[in-house]
Design a protein around this ligand. Structure first.
Ligand code: 5GP
Ligand code: ZN
Length: 112
């Protein structure tokens, strides 16, 4: 499948890894939007939030566990933002489920 994040998960495209286990990979965003900007993905291809089902939803809890671990390791003690852009209006550009972990600066609300 021609999916850039599947290729990163398989090591076919290099990435700067922040965390890896059997089912999840976290790596630094190529075009960071904050001092800390890490993408957390399931290794298995899931297109977006809209493809989460009772059968595959366990991975979602795991993505959040990894996010908390990375926030701790990056000393984001003042807080951070987790974002799952979904679909066209959500600004999703890579159709493989991912959480953005953004931190190291104060975030604006509402987002643009
Ligand atoms: P989205 O816009 O789908 O929510 O987020 C996709 C993110 O993936 C963007 O922030 C973009 O900078 C990042 N990205 C796209 N291609 C690559 C890549 O090949 N390597 C890395 N490290 N990040 C990528
Ligand atoms: Zn994929």
């Amino acid at each position: 499948m021609d999916c850039v994040f599947c290729k990163i998960a398989k090591g076919e495209i290099p990435s700067k890894k922040a965390y890896e286990d059997d089912s999840v990979l976290a790596f630094y965003d190529l075009d960071p939007k904050a001092p800390v900007h890490i993408l957390i993905i399931p290794k298995r291809h899931i297109e977006s939030v809209m493809e989460i089902t009772p059968e595959n939803s366990g991975i979602v809890a795991h993505l959040f566990e990894v996010a908390a671990k990375l926030a701790r390791e990056n000393n984001l003690t003042e807080g951070f933002r987790l974002v799952a852009n979904t679909g066209k209006d959500g600004g999703q550009t890579v159709p493989h489920l991912h959480l953005h972990l953004l931190g190291g600066r104060s975030m604006k609300w509402p987002p643009g």
